[in-house]
Design a protein around this ligand. Structure first.
Ligand code: NAG
Ligand code: NAG
Ligand code: NAG
Ligand code: NAG
Ligand code: NAG
Ligand code: NAG
Ligand code: NAG
Length: 235
């Protein structure tokens, strides 16, 4: 009897550790510290691997809809930020983009069918978009949108970008540094994995602070588990 109750506390402790570890690895620092407009809440978040951008997202498999909160800082004040899905390939050509920038002192989101490197024109997207909005706060622009997911939800090509300026309502070309050209990845909405791809791939080298905290948390819990095991043995 006694041993069954201690082993259930053991199981509880182990679950707590797994929960804490998976929680801390999914929610990175930017994701948790960022406040979204209208107290919007998304089930998942990933710090995108370049340009300091973050994607908050929730996927509803019932009607195949994806809601996103994309947060990025324009390359210069007066510039633009963009998030896109590319149903036809990787990279910019064919991408269905939402670009937000300041126009007459308010930030507006607009949609573009990116068909050429030479210039862009506002256009409808190839999939349904609704609840589209954009706001600026402390120099960061947040794009909020819901889209009907085009194609396989476990393998979406996403592309994001930031640009320096806007001329006569048309976003000017972005820089071509490696941070800019690397700004694409596969977004997986499959519910079998925790939060899509590569959320934690770089947490160790990206920010010593985060991983150090995680390790301390893990070690603390591990020490707790050892104490628990010890007390069970004594018992
Ligand atoms: C997902 O979409 C369906 C159909 O519109 C809706 O009934 C359900 O409440 C949605 N689920 C969430 C978590 O929003
Ligand atoms: C899907 O469900 C969401 C959440 O319930 C709802 O806001 C949205 O309008 C639905 N989308 C479609 C395309 O039916
Ligand atoms: C800015 O406001 C003026 C006057 O309301 C309007 O004519 C113009 O189209 C606006 N510009 C943009 C880029 O929206
Ligand atoms: C986007 O542009 C391409 C090339 O001009 C065209 O084939 C496609 O139909 C356009 N898509 C939309 C949604 O306008
Ligand atoms: C995730 O990162 C690993 C190594 O860090 C890499 O090999 C893999 O291709 C990445 N996956 C995606 C979907 O980008
Ligand atoms: C991780 O970061 C290193 C350097 O910071 C970079 O070279 C590498 O491409 C990154 N890997 C991923 C998967 O983002
Ligand atoms: C794509 C997606 O929504 N993935 C995960 C988001 O977070 C919830 C709750 O943590 C998971 O159940 C989903 O699998």
């Amino acid at each position: 009897m006694a041993s069954s109750s201690s082993s259930s506390s053991l199981i509880f402790a182990i679950s707590a550790i797994f929960f804490a570890l998976s929680f801390s690895s999914v929610q990175t620092l930017t994701c948790t510290s960022q406040k979204l407009p209208d107290k919007k809440v998304f089930s998942n978040c990933t710090d995108l691997p370049s340009l300091g951008a973050t994607l908050h997202y929730s996927y509803n498999a019932t009607n195949n809809s994806l809601s996103i909160g994309y947060v990025a800082t324009p390359a210069k004040s007066g510039g633009w930020v963009s998030w896109a899905l590319n149903p036809t390939g990787q990279g910019m050509l064919g991408a269905q983009a939402i670009i937000a920038f300041k126009s007459n002192s308010t930030v507006v989101p607009k949609t573009y069918n990116l068909t050429s490197y030479k210039g862009i024109e506002e256009s409808k997207l190839s999939f349904e978009v609704w609840d589209l909005s954009a706001v600026e706060s402390d120099g960061e622009i947040t794009i909020l949108a819901s889209v009907k997911v085009p194609g396989k939800p476990d393998k979406l090509n996403q592309v994001w970008q930031v640009g320096p300026s806007v001329t006569n309502g048309v976003p000017d070309m972005h820089a071509l540094t490696s941070a800019n050209t690397k700004a694409k990845s596969t977004l997986s909405l499959s519910t079998s994995t925790s939060a899509g791809e590569n959320t934690t791939a770089n947490s160790t080298d990206k920010s010593g602070g985060v991983s150090a905290t995680d390790n301390r948390l893990g070690l603390g819990l591990f020490a707790g588990l050892l104490m628990l095991v010890a007390s069970c043995v004594n018992f």
